[in-house]
Design a protein around this ligand. Structure first.
Ligand SMILES: Nc1ncnc2c1ncn2[C@@H]1O[C@H](COP(=O)(O)OP(=O)(O)OP(=O)(O)O)[C@@H](O)[C@H]1O
Ligand SMILES: [Mg+2]
Length: 343
């Protein structure tokens, strides 16, 4: 009798949780509450014994500022797991943080992963999630989750194209009848653009800036098209020759030039994916256009640029950086509807 009550209580308390395991950010969605956590996928470890010192926001603040005995790592790189143990610790930390005492009742967890991850990588994510404390772990293709989160009717026989621009990768998919039909991806994303900006500023202005500064330049004055009205931003760093503190004014033209090659690569992901898509599906895409999701979709002018290069209507999903996590939440709440699409 007591056992029966306990079992029922456990089932009643089993929460559903969704995780978007991104290269730059990890988001967590909790049944009944929505998106409850967004923290950088960054972990600080001690160099000597790999002990974890800080995770998330706290660790990101340490980037580029740590003493020799601390290493700040991004366990996910280019959209895949680069450091398995640290990823697991990160999942565990975020899950515990959002669930509080309800942690005792192990949750069912769905994790959104890039559509191109290998079977081995998929198994690694499931294992990491279960080891981190999940009762059951499901996987969903991030682009499919993004489409669901962008409220695109994925089950229809009409094809939709979704282009996700994350920190580590750009993924283009054509979705039809509830599944990913065509998929293309390159490991080029927001992080690549940040690196481009760091290199350009060093070469052109003789100024060494950090990763966070490069990202701020991209978000505040960067654009994927030439702007009619240039923007400017003053940044500080270190002189590349003297090593002393230095300040320079960077323009949106600088950022455009810095990113140009990578932006062209992003465009080519879409072009190459369409090139291998069947004519009927391409006709649907031409008809409806494509939808941009992911944080990188917010880059000024990226929609305009894609429209010019590809020749179809391009729209940016509202709250583009939340599409994957919202869609993963919808999928785990409606497991029966989406079960076929889950891994
Ligand atoms: N306004 C903006 N302009 C340009 N880029 C932006 C803007 N806002 C966010 N980003 C970029 O979006 C990226 C983060 O997007 P997102 O959170 O979708 O990535 P992720 O899920 O962590 O990465 P991935 O899916 O590749 O693993 C970062 O590179 C960030 O710099
Ligand atoms: Mg992502």
């Amino acid at each position: 009798m007591l056992y029966q009550i306990r079992v029922e209580l456990c089932v009643a308390m089993t929460k559903k949780v969704a995780i978007d395991l991104g290269t730059s950010n990890c988001l967590v969605w909790l049944e009944g509450s929505g998106v409850v956590l967004k923290e950088p996928s960054v972990v600080a470890v001690s160099v000597e014994d790999r002990r974890i010192l800080a995770i998330g926001d706290e660790a990101k603040d340490m980037l580029g500022k740590t003493p020799e005995y601390i290493e700040v790592i991004k366990p996910l790189q280019d959209g895949v797991i680069a450091d398995y143990e640290v990823t697991e610790a990160m999942i565990r930390y975020f899950l515990r943080k959002v669930m509080g005492r309800a942690w005792f009742f192990r949750p069912d967890v769905i994790v959104a992963v890039p559509a191109g991850v290998t079977q081995v990588e998929k198994r690694a994510v499931v294992e990491a999630t279960v080891t981190a404390g999940a009762r059951k772990a499901y996987l969903i293709d991030a682009p499919l989750a993004a489409a669901i989160g962008a409220k695109i009717p994925v089950a229809e026989s009409f094809a939709n194209m979704i282009v996700g621009v994350g920190a580590g990768a750009t993924e283009a998919v054509v979705i039809c009848l509830g599944g990913v039909v065509v998929y293309g991806s390159k490991r080029i994303g927001g992080d690549t653009l940040d690196n481009d900006i760091e290199n350009y500023v060093r070469k052109k202005h003789g100024l060494i800036i950090g990763q966070n500064t490069a990202e701020a330049l991209k978000e505040k004055i960067g654009a994927a098209i030439r702007l009619k009205r240039e923007k400017e931003m003053e940044v500080s760093g270190r002189d590349s020759i003297s090593g002393l503190p230095k300040t320079a004014t960077i323009t949106s033209g600088d950022i455009y030039e810095a990113m140009e090659e990578s932006i062209m690569m992003m465009v080519s992901v879409v072009r190459e994916t369409l090139a291998v898509t069947g004519p009927e599906l391409v006709a649907d895409v031409a008809d409806k256009g494509l939808v941009l999701t992911g944080g990188g979709a917010k880059l000024d002018g990226l929609d305009e640029r894609l429209k010019r290069e590809i020749g179809v209507v391009v729209s940016v999903a509202p709250e583009s950086e939340l599409c994957v996590i919202k869609g993963a939440g919808v999928a785990i709440e409606n497991l029966e509807v989406y079960r076929r699409a889950l891994k």
